[in-house]
Design a protein around this ligand. Structure first.
Ligand SMILES: Cc1ncc(COP(=O)(O)O)c(C=O)c1O
Length: 467
């Protein structure tokens, strides 16, 4: 056992949870629970000290690996120096982290902006919606079908799934949802090679007539203040948009004065091999949010960055948004360390994530050829995915996907003669996509291990291609 003292047995923990924890979070989607006792690097460990190679990494919250020493030491130091301070006051690491992020964006986008902190992805997305509403005085937003921006009552308005609003009703009719360009399942049944960005043209058509419900051509006024977009769909299945898509989309937004908001909560922090995933697409956001890996999972902290025009103190003065734990000192200290690592290791991270991401994707392509139940594989850097289908290679197979993920969590796979498990996650419109989220420092050998463990699982559950 690597650290934790085991006071309670797995069964005792499960019994207490069953009786006293609300089942309203996401734990009880699953009947069977694996109890973990420790984590380090790429692995979680169960009560028997069995390592589970983690390709989920707390939904991309621990990009620098579990118990990353530099971040851990920074946090421990902060606990010894000033662990608490009211959000009424400014202090060193809050100011320094905001500066680092603002300067990173000057460097990347050539735009001066400011940063406001909060405690989670949903909360900062709400802050960003408030900011855009405050500036444009327009309450409505465009958002993608399949997009996920959080589950607070405000963000469920721009998260496309009705399921998240179903039991609570509507707080507002904020969003108009636009199909995300997932070429394998094109919402318009087009072929990527020949469609000529048909989806962007469909979006542009919305502005041709007042009867499309978004724009008045006479006054040239659009009812929508902004477009909130994940650079790649995260919860929507790690879908990479075709090159050039965002550039074309942004031209339409600019024409109608619609602000562009990037939600980098899941795809930021080098997940795709760049600090922000939007950098791959050669477009500049007017505002953006980040969370999850900004502290490497060490404390809740999230933030919104916006260009000066939208967030300067005259336009967005004191008190426009606030939360007691926003900019908490443990979170900002962890965030400062994470951003320092990103700055110092930028070149190496960019080249290594591109190289290793390609190696991983190439391995997935081999599996795609081997198994009939893989519809397609996809990836940008370390945001990778495997679409699980029926043997026809197209019909989504959610149950099969679930079975494979559950089997990895039993911890009875084997690699080089040693018992181990595999932690996977699923996403996508049909929840049939295995989303692969390794830590950024995953070694070449661990990538081989990941591919071999997936092969072991697929071999049990999938049909092989002839020959
Ligand atoms: C793109 C995106 N935005 C927002 C959120 C919400 O973040 P949080 O769970 O911290 O509220 C998530 C969470 O998965 C996300 O992936």
């Amino acid at each position: 056992m690597l650290g934790t003292t085991m006071k309670l047995s797995d069964e005792e923990i499960k019994a207490i949870d069953k009786e006293y924890c609300s089942w309203g979070d996401t734990v009880h989607y699953h009947d069977e629970q694996t109890i973990f006792r420790n984590c380090e690097g790429s692995y979680m460990y169960d009560s028997k000290d069995t390592p589970y190679l983690d390709l989920q990494m707390w939904y991309s919250s621990c990009n620098l690996g579990y118990k990353n020493k530099r971040v851990l030491n920074a946090v421990l130091d902060q606990y010894q120096t000033m662990p608490q301070i009211s959000s009424r006051f400014v202090y060193d690491y809050k100011a320094l982290l905001a500066e680092k992020i603002a300067k990173a964006n000057i460097d990347r986008y050539g735009i001066k902006g400011r940063v406001q902190f909060n405690v989670g992805g949903a909360q900062v997305n709400e802050d960003m919606l408030k900011l855009i509403r405050n500036y444009t005085k327009k309450p409505r937003m465009f958002a993608f079908m399949g997009g996920y921006h959080g589950r607070t009552i405000g963000t469920t308005a721009v998260t496309s799934s009705y399921r998240y609003r179903e039991h609570f009703g509507h707080i507002s009719d904020t969003a108009h949802f636009v199909p995300f360009p997932y070429c394998f399942r094109c919402p318009y049944d087009k072929k990527c090679e020949s469609c000529n960005m048909y989806c962007v043209k469909q979006f542009a058509k919305l502005f041709e007539s007042e009867y499309n419900g978004v724009y008045d051509p006479k006054t040239k006024d659009c009812e929508f203040g902004g477009f909130i977009a994940e650079p790649l769909l995260g919860t929507g299945g790690y879908i990479v948009p075709p090159k050039g898509y965002f550039k074309e989309l942004k031209k339409v937004l600019d024409e109608y004065n619609i602000l562009f908001m990037a939600d980098e909560v899941q795809m930021g922090c080098f997940r795709t091999g760049k600090l922000w995933a939007m950098e791959h697409f050669d477009v500049k956001p007017d505002a953006m949010t980040f969370a999850k890996s900004i502290t490497n999972g060490m404390n809740p902290l999230a933030g919104m960055w916006a260009k000066e025009e939208l967030i300067n103190p005259k336009v967005f003065p004191a008190g426009r948004t606030h939360s007691t734990y926003a900019a908490n000192p443990i979170g900002t200290r962890a965030g400062y360390e994470v951003m320092s690592i990103f700055e110092e290791e930028r070149k190496e991270l960019e080249t290594e994530i591109a190289r290793k991401g390609k190696k991983f994707l190439d391995g997935l392509k081999v599996l795609e050829k081997k198994y009939k139940n893989i519809g397609t594989v996809n990836g940008l850097g370390f945001a990778l995915s495997v679409e699980v289908t029926e043997a026809d290679g197209y019909t989504p197979a959610r149950e099969l996907c679930d079975e494979i993920i559950e089997a990895g969590l039993k911890g009875n796979l084997s690699y080089k003669g040693k018992r181990c498990g595999l932690i996977l996650n699923n996403g996508g419109y049909y929840k049939n996509i295995i989303t692969l989220v390794p830590q950024l420092y995953i070694s070449d050998e661990e990538i081989d291990m990941a591919l071999e463990l997936m092969d072991q699982l697929f071999d049990i559950y999938m049909e092989k291609t002839a020959g």
